[in-house]
Design a protein around this ligand. Structure first.
Ligand SMILES: *Cc1c(COP(=O)(O)O)cnc(C)c1O
Length: 430
C-alpha cells in the first residue's frame, strides 16, 4: 500500500501543528508508523490522501453512526449554511433540538447545548458541585470524561496510549478533589464514601466504558451506584458522550434501565459536527445561569450548522429504531466470527461487545476494568492493527479504544474484515 502522500503530509504537519495532529490519539504513537491523512469519506469507507480505501471502524470515534456523508445530513447542512453559519442569538432550531432530545432520552427535563463532550462533562461536574455545595467527586480508572483538569486523573485511552500517568499543568489542588477507584468495584466506592463522608458531590461514570476498550458494567454495578447516590445525596452523572444515541434512542440509561440525575452527551448528538450537551432533572438543571448562579456559556453553543447536523441525525435514529437492531446484529456477527478465527489462531484474546461497540484485547483473562485492560499484550495489538490497516481495515490505533460500527457497513464489509483478521492472525503467529 502506497502512503507516500500521508508520509509527506505528516512531516509537513509537524512543522506547524504539535505532533502533527489536533488530537493525540490520531498520531499512531502507540501503534507506530505514519498516521493516514484522510481526504474524504463516504458511507463506511475512508479514503486517504494517496487514494487508498479503508473500511472504517472508528466512525470519527462514534459520531458517524449513519455512515459518512449521509445524504440527508449533508443536504440539511447545505441548506442551513445559506442562512448564515452563526447568529449568537436564540433560534427555533435549538428548541426543536432540545425537544427531540427530551423525546428520546430518559430523565432529561432541561438540556443545555455546548460544543464538545469535554465541555459537557466539565459543566455537569460544576453544576453538581454548585447544586450540592460539595467539592469532591468519584470517577473510575480508565474512564475518560474529556480533558478538563478535574478529569485528567487515571483518564483512560488517550493518556494510557501515551503512557501518561500524571498530567503536568493539573494542580494538586484540583487533582485532590478527584477520587478514583476501579470500574466495576462497588466495594471500593463504599470505601471512598466512608473516607470522605458528606464531601462527595458527584459520581461520574461511563455506563458502558469505551475508553479502555469496550468494558461492560457487571450486573448490579450501575444499580449499586444509583443506590449509593440516593442514600448519600450525590449527583449521579452518566457520561453518555460515547453511548448516547449509540446504544439505543435513549442511550445507556434506557439500555441498562438505570436512571441518572445528569447526563452528558457528545459524539452522535452532533452527527459529525462539534456538539455536546448536558441535561437532567429540573431541580438540578435550574441552577445553571441564567436561571441560577452556576455559570456556563458558549459563543458558538447551539450553533445552527451543528444543530441541524445533530438534529437530522437524531431524527433519523428516532424514526428508524430498527437501525439499532441492525447495528447490534452486525456487531454480534462480527464478534462471533472474530471469536471463531481467533480461536483457530490459538492467540489469547478477549472480545468485549455491547451494542455497536466492540473491542479485542490480546489477553487470556477477562477484561473488566483498567488494570485487566492494561495487562493485555500491546505488541500483538500493534501487529494486528498494522496487518489490518495494510489490508484496508481501519481500526482505532490504540488497544484502549472501542471500535464503533456504522450502519453503512455491509455484510460484505464485515465478512472482509473477518477474512482480513484470519490472514492477519496467521501473519502475526507466523
Ligand atoms: C469522547 C469522550 C469525551 C470527550 O468528548 P470531546 O468531544 O472529545 O471533548 C467525554 N466522555 C466520553 C465518554 C468520551 O468518549
Amino acid at each position: 500500500m502506497n502512503i507516500e502522500k500521508s508520509i509527506e503530509l505528516f512531516s509537513r504537519a509537524q512543522q506547524s501543528i504539535p505532533g502533527g495532529v489536533n488530537s493525540p490519539v490520531r498520531a499512531f504513537k502507540s501503534v507506530g508508523g505514519t498516521p493516514l491523512f484522510i481526504s474524504k469519506a463516504k458511507g463506511a469507507y475512508l479514503y486517504d490522501a494517496d487514494g487508498n480505501k479503508y473500511i472504517d471502524y472508528i466512525a470519527s470515534w462514534g459520531p458517524m453512526i449513519l455512515g459518512h456523508a449521509h445524504e440527508e445530513v449533508v443536504k440539511a447542512i447545505q441548506q442551513q449554511a445559506l442562512h448564515s453559519t452563526s447568529y449568537g442569538a436564540p433560534t427555533e432550531l435549538e428548541i426543536e433540538m432540545a425537544e427531540l432530545i427530551k423525546s428520546m432520552a430518559p430523565n432529561v427535563d432541561l438540556i443545555r447545548m455546548v460544543s464538545s463532550g469535554t465541555e459537557a462533562c466539565m459543566s455537569a461536574l460544576r453544576l453538581a458541585r454548585g447544586f450540592t455545595g460539595k467539592n469532591k467527586f468519584i470517577k473510575f480508572e480508565g474512564c475518560y470524561h474529556g480533558h478538563a483538569d478535574a478529569f485528567l486523573v487515571k483518564a483512560g485511552s488517550g493518556l494510557a496510549t501515551l503512557n501518561i500517568q500524571t498530567v503536568p499543568g493539573v494542580t494538586a489542588g484540583v487533582a485532590n478533589d478527584t477520587l478514583t477507584c476501579a470500574y466495576n468495584d462497588l466495594a471500593a466506592v463504599e470505601k471512598l464514601l466512608a473516607e470522605n463522608k458528606n464531601q462527595i458531590a458527584a459520581i461520574i461514570v461511563e455506563p458502558v466504558a469505551g475508553n479502555m476498550g469496550c468494558i461492560m458494567p457487571q450486573p448490579g454495578f450501575m444499580e449499586g451506584l444509583r443506590k449509593i447516590c440516593d442514600e448519600e445525596n450525590i449527583v449521579f452523572i452518566f457520561d453518555e458522550v460515547m453511548t448516547g444515541f449509540r446504544l439505543s434512542t435513549g442511550g445507556a440509561q434506557q439500555k441498562l434501565n438505570v436512571n441518572a440525575d445528569l447526563v452528558t452527551y457528545g459524539k452522535v448528538i452532533g452527527g459529525g459536527m462539534p456538539v455536546g450537551a448536558f441535561g437532567g432533572k429540573k431541580e438540578i438543571m435550574q441552577h445553571i445561569a441564567p436561571l441560577g448562579n452556576v455559570y456556563q456559556a458558549g459563543t458558538l453553543s447551539g450553533n445552527p450548522i451543528a444543530m441541524i447536523a445533530g438534529y437530522t441525525t437524531l431524527k433519523i435514529l428516532k424514526e428508524n429504531p430498527s437501525i439499532y437492531k441492525e447495528l447490534e446484529e452486525k456487531t454480534a456477527y462480527l464478534r462471533n466470527n472474530l471469536h471463531r478465527v481467533f480461536l483457530e489462531s490459538k492467540i489469547p484474546f478477549v472480545i468485549n461487545q455491547f451494542g455497536s461497540m466492540i473491542s479485542v484485547h490480546f489477553s487470556d483473562h477477562a477484561v473488566t476494568d483498567f488494570a485487566s485492560a492494561s495487562s493485555a499484550n500491546n505488541d500483538l495489538f500493534k501487529k494486528y492493527f498494522h496487518a489490518m490497516l495494510s489490508r484496508g481495515v481501519y481500526l482505532p490505533p490504540s488497544a484502549f479504544e472501542s471500535w464503533f460500527l456504522n450502519n453503512a457497513l455491509t455484510k460484505k464489509d464485515i465478512d472482509y474484515t473477518i477474512e482480513a483478521t484470519e490472514e492477519s492472525l496467521k501473519e502475526i503467529a507466523g
